[in-house]
Design a protein around this ligand. Structure first.
Ligand SMILES: NC(=O)c1ccc[n+]([C@@H]2O[C@H](COP(=O)([O-])OP(=O)(O)OC[C@H]3O[C@@H](n4cnc5c(N)ncnc54)[C@H](O)[C@@H]3O)[C@@H](O)[C@H]2O)c1
Length: 181
């Protein structure tokens, strides 16, 4: 997406939306392609905040946020630069909750599109995307397979529904395996 925006004529500055999500090889490739990249993998909390502030200091007209940290810093530590922002969008449930809280207090300084409220976002990304990737994360980090395990899902929103749905698939696979045996 960043490369497409640049090809369309935008000046693009980019940073990871959490300290673990940046892939250094991807960041390096984007930098070579002419984007302003302010991230490295496994940043400390201080480094992560510096990355976001350095990115904000490029003076954005439009903000594409994921979790709400950029908009929060614009409203707290870079209020002068917030005046220049025309608007933006926010992808996640958490970020939209933070924006709504800010709006209720009358503090939101520019319009934001709540991407998470689109059916094609939460019916697809939250339910199927997160439902699947949570299990792949658990299995990779614990080196366990989940078939036959008892699972408790705390929180039954769109992500919780997707996680439970995938757990059900593990159960069905186990039953199928037993039938075949
Ligand atoms: N990493 C990703 O790719 C990704 C993608 C989508 C969502 N998310 C995150 O996952 C989280 C859930 O998103 P969602 O779209 O399912 O939200 P949601 O609002 O649809 O669901 C959240 C659920 O949690 C329940 N809940 C809240 N507090 C609780 C508590 N203390 N104990 C038990 N249940 C509680 C709510 O009642 C609700 O049913 C958010 O933090 C969101 O930002 C991550």
């Amino acid at each position: 997406m960043a490369e497409v925006l640049k090809a369309g004529g935008a000046q693009v500055s980019i940073a990871g939306s959490n300290p673990l999500s940046t892939q250094d090889d991807v960041a390096a490739a984007l930098a070579v392609a002419g984007l302003n990249v302010y991230s490295w993998y496994n940043a400390t909390d201080e480094e992560y905040k510096d990355h976001l502030l350095n990115m904000i200091d490029d003076g954005p007209d439009i903000v594409i946020d994921d979790g709400g940290d950029v908009v929060q810093l614009l409203h707290t530590e870079r209020t002068d630069l917030a005046k220049k922002v025309l608007g933006g969008c926010e992808e996640t449930t958490t970020g939209v909750l933070r924006l709504r809280a800010l709006e209720r207090q009358g503090g939101l300084k520019f319009p934001m599109i709540a991407v998470n409220d689109a059916y094609c976002k939460y019916l697809f990304d939250n339910r199927y995307g997160t439902g699947e990737s949570v299990w792949s994360g658990i299995m990779r980090t614990t080196n366990l397979i989940c078939a036959g395990k008892t699972v408790v899902v705390a929180g039954y929103g769109w992500c919780g529904k997707g996680i439970a749905m995938r757990a059900k698939v593990w159960e069905q696979r186990l039953l199928l395996q037993r039938l075949i045996q």
